[in-house]
Design a protein around this ligand. Structure first.
Ligand SMILES: Cc1ncc(COP(=O)(O)O)c(C=O)c1O
Length: 362
């Protein structure tokens, strides 16, 4: 019998497996968040994050999940009379469009079939009308297991539309996939820590460009908890606006030390190796859901070509091995299933899981 005190090993695409040494960081004695010890923790963590994401600009820690930053990017950086081009290629990019509407901002949808990518040409064609002040992108669609070619898109943006702000959801990409924030010339990007940072949920990391911060000063009614201007004032003192999730920041500090000592190139290569291993198995047993040229290195969405009962397979593996992987997301339930290969998941972990799936499907 599994229950929350004897939880399953996680191969769902977030939250992912958290190692014992990381969990121990969450159990450290807490700190007063206005004291110098906290400022030291915060400052060191931000300095390391700047190296992880190759940026000299603003790094904020938000005691929220990533959805908060979906909203923050819009409320802080888009005026009420401005229009956003919202690119949509799966469940999460679709949801971001809903968030933008709920913030009372006008948007146009640039939508492709789930499993297809958004390309630089598609964005170029839409932006050529000159009516947009910002574009939203999802780096890695967690529903379809697809990675958009954000470097190509960013090159096009820099060359042709340098005035248009670029907001990128990097929730299931950050750490696992390359992210050179300054070189990409993005304005806001973010992730929650329960994905490739391999920390329990409860904290998000946001990178904000200097120009986005400057623009935000002119935008009224930004709210309080997610106001980048207030965040920047606190960040100047290596603090947060309100009481932060101190244990998570300790775990983040720990994970950043490990990432930097491994080297980001090696971290990305490790993710790629795990992804290639899973894709090889998928090629033999099933098929990829998305176009293979865009297949993600942090998770794989598998097309259920054999018509297996996904929920029953997950249940059987949970009962026998106390381990779960992900069913398809939303309308892709049973038509697909998802396997995470990010963060502190290892190749050995994946070999074990795929072996168990093999046993179930015969
Ligand atoms: C691509 C993407 N964006 C946004 C979210 C929402 O993140 P959170 O649940 O941390 O708010 C998720 C969650 O899985 C996601 O995968």
């Amino acid at each position: 019998m599994t229950d929350w005190k004897n939880p399953p090993r996680l191969f769902i695409p977030g939250p992912v497996k958290v190692n014992e040494d990381v969990l121990q960081q969450l159990a450290r004695p807490t700190l007063g968040h206005r004291g110098k010890e906290y400022s030291q923790l915060h400052g060191e963590t931000v300095d390391m994050l700047k190296k992880v994401f190759f940026t000299e600009q603003n790094v904020f820690l938000s005691t929220s999940s990533a959805s908060g930053i979906w909203e923050a990017a819009i409320r802080n950086c888009v005026g009420l009379d401005e229009k956003v081009l919202c690119t949509m290629c799966g469940a999460f990019s679709d949801k971001w469009a809903d968030v933008i509407r709920s913030c009372g901002r006008e948007l146009d949808e640039l939508k492709v079939e789930w499993g297809q990518a958004i390309t630089a040409d598609m964005i170029d064609e839409k932006l050529s009308s000159g009516e947009y002040s910002a574009v939203t992108l999802v780096y890695n669609e967690t529903s379809t297991g697809l990675t958009n070619r954000v470097y190509e898109i960013s090159e096009m943006m820099k060359e042709k539309y340098p005035e248009v702000l670029v907001f990128v959801d990097s929730v299931s990409a950050m750490v696992g996939l390359p992210l050179h924030f300054d070189k990409l010339a993005w304005d806001v990007t973010f992730a929650s820590v329960q994905k490739a940072f391999a920390i329990p949920p409860g904290l998000a990391v946001a990178l904000v460009s200097d120009r986005a911060l400057a623009k935000g000063k002119e935008i009224p009614n930004r709210g309080y908890y997610f106001d980048f201007q207030l965040w920047a004032k606190s960040a100047a003192k290596s603090q947060t606006l309100a009481t932060p999730n101190v244990p998570h920041i300790m775990a983040l500090h720990y994970q950043c030390e490990k990432l930097l000592s491994e080297g980001m190139e090696n971290v990305w290569a490790r993710h790629k190796k795990m992804a290639e291993f899973v894709r090889l198995w998928v090629g033999e047993k099933f098929a990829l859901f998305c176009d293979e040229h865009y297949a993600s290195d942090t998770l794989t969405t598998v097309k259920n070509t054999r018509g297996i009962n996904v929920a029953e397979t997950i249940k059987a593996i949970q009962e026998k091995h106390n381990t779960i992987f992900g069913n398809g997301y939303g309308k892709l339930k049973e038509k697909t299933f998802r396997i995470a290969h990010m963060g502190d998941i290892t190749l050995d972990d994946l070999k074990e899981l795929l072996g168990w799936i093999d046993e179930e499907i015969g």
